[in-house]
Design a protein around this ligand. Structure first.
Ligand code: IFG
Length: 533
């Protein structure tokens, strides 16, 4: 039994076994060895679980005779997860999931998903997984934990499991014992669907990839200077006019209520909470072009297809602007079953400090009155914020003010987590104002020590924003997001002491074929000894 516990291990085999296999010179420093047996890590799970033991010499064979079973009274969510796993393992070739009758024994050679709310140490998202040659048992206190246990089963299986076409196959799941709980509750990704618009199918594809890595928050940046992307019934021109273009003048687009509901339902079924953002008071040209009265001079602005920031601003002196904001917040709040509403608040250049603070405080009242918890970018910190308002740190800002009053912070430091930053100077897509971010830069940092004034106790978690000024096709988004989003997912989930760059890069190397099997256009960083088959 090779045990990879939460503590940093001392293994006897050096990582360069794999590196050498990839024709790279043996590293001069002896890096933290990765546990490799015959040239591969003992497991390749990302994010690395809190505690995992694997016995590669023993395994459970999954084939078309193996059913997923849930105990009686498992409930709708558990049955949904059983179906998700069945589809993953074999789809139509696999026997349908079964709900056991009360008192019915677990059939031999099956995969059992069980809820046990008394396992309170697992919390909302933790799980316990046991794999022996005779069967698989996955237990969690809540359905969320079962869903994350399923992702671990997925990643313990050969990457060929990702090939939907390869049905009627035999898959060997190595014997294992896993007890796993997340470090942070907020494990997020942000998609900027304003600068360039991507349709609901593309967003659902991104959600599927987030689920593989146990991410649970999708922040949608739904409005900006270049586009308003969500239908607001009381303000149809926001999408008719404000949604009609994008950076460089493309056709733009927007989500109808039905399409947005589809995105929300899809995310919810994968235990991902949608966080809607309407950025204000700046980054608002699309709205200012749609309704003249939102401008202090009552003149509608022309549509904007450039990439400058900070030039637009709502007329914060008009009461009607707050009526508009309330209508928008109310409309979106009714569409998204989420406690959060993100009001942006970033890069305001056209207001005095006092005007800005008054605006943030007034909008906070509107968001609270609509039953939501406000989130804003770091600039909002000096305002009088409610205790449960959340600050999203992205660059040198005054998050410390909010922390000092007991407020919570989401860490999105632009120099570590901005997925639109180039990997290196040869990357054609992306920007570089926050610096170049190679995979190691995205991985090798600790959110709890990055800002001395923001300790672990103030952190909700981390989030990787993907701004789309330079991105057009879904393949562009995938190229910039992967593999760095997987790195961020490990920072968000795994104990700090259980992770390090050398073992991560080894496990990531084996994620390559999995990402390829999933059809992901990921960046083959030279820092990773990618496995090719
Ligand atoms: N900063 C802007 C984004 C985007 C980004 C591109 C924030 C909070 C630069 N605001 O990041 O709108 O333009 O890297």
């Amino acid at each position: 039994m090779v045990r990879e516990s939460a503590m940093r291990r001392v293994a006897v085999v050096s990582a360069c076994v794999v590196a050498a296999a990839c024709g790279r010179p043996t590293p001069t420093t002896t890096p933290t060895p990765a546990p490799v047996a015959a040239g591969r890590p003992i497991h390749t799970v990302v994010p690395v679980p809190s505690s995992i033991q694997v016995t590669p010499t023993d395994s459970f064979q999954i084939d078309s005779t193996v059913a997923v079973v849930v105990p009686a009274g498992g409930g709708y969510a558990v049955e949904g997860i059983a179906t998700y796993l069945t589809n993953l393992l074999g789809g139509p070739a696999a026997p349908p999931p079964r709900t056991l009758a009360a008192g019915e024994a677990m059939p031999p050679r099956s995969i059992q998903l069980a809820l046990d709310p008394s396992k309170s140490t697992l919390g909302l998202e933790g799980y316990e997984l046991t794999v022996t040659r005779d069967g698989v048992t996955l237990t969690a206190a809540q359905p969320n934990g079962l869903f994350y246990g399923v992702q671990t089963i997925r990643q313990l299986l050969p990457w060929s499991v990702e090939h939907r076409a390869a049905m009627n196959r035999r898959l060997l799941l190595p014997a294992a014992r896993v007890t796993d709980t997340p470090r942070f509750a907020w494990r997020g990704a942000m998609l900027d669907v304003s600068r360039h618009f991507i349709d609901a199918e593309a967003v659902k594809r991104y959600i599927d990839l987030m689920a593989v890595y146990k991410l649970n928050r999708l922040h949608l940046h739904l409005s900006d200077d270049q586009g308003w992307r969500i239908e607001i019934a009381s303000r149809p021109n926001l999408t008719a006019q404000g949604g009609s273009t994008q950076v460089n003048g493309g056709p733009g687009g927007f989500y109808t209520k039905a399409q947005f509901a589809d995105i929300v339902a899809y995310a919810t079924s994968r235990f991902i909470t949608i966080v809607p953002e309407i950025d204000m008071p700046s980054h608002t040209n699309a709205a200012l072009a749609s309704y003249a009265e939102l401008n202090c001079d009552n003149v509608a602005r022309p549509l904007y297809t450039g990439t400058k920031v900070g030039f637009s601003v709502l007329c914060v002196e008009k009461d009607s602007v707050y009526t508009f904001i309330n209508d928008v917040v109310k409309d979106i709040a009714a569409q998204v079953p989420t406690p959060y509403f993100h009001i942006g608040g970033d890069e305001v250049e056209k207001l005095t400090h006092d005007q800005y603070i008054r605006f943030i405080e007034r909008v906070q009242d509107i968001v609270t009155a609509n039953g939501k918890q406000m989130i804003g970018w770091g600039e909002i910190s000096p305002a009088k914020l409610a205790p449960n308002t959340i600050v999203q740190h992205w660059r040198r800002d005054s998050a410390s003010i909010h922390v000092a009053r007991g407020g919570k912070v989401i860490m999105s430091p632009s120099s570590k987590t901005y997925l639109d930053m180039k990997y290196d100077s040869t990357t054609t897509l992306g920007l570089r104002w926050a610096g170049l971010i190679e995979v190691k830069d995205a991985y090798d940092w600790n959110p709890a020590t990055l800002l001395p004034e923001v300790p672990e106790t103030a952190l909700l978690g981390v989030e990787g924003p993907l701004w789309s000024e330079t991105l057009v096709k879904l393949e562009d988004y995938e190229f910039m997001a992967f593999p760095r989003l997987a790195a961020l997912a490990e920072i968000a989930w795994s104990p700090q002491g259980a992770r390090d760059w050398e073992t991560f890069r080894m496990r990531l190397a084996f994620q390559g074929p999995r990402l390829s099997a999933l059809g992901v256009n990921f960046y083959r960083s030279a820092q990773v000894p990618w496995v090719t088959r």
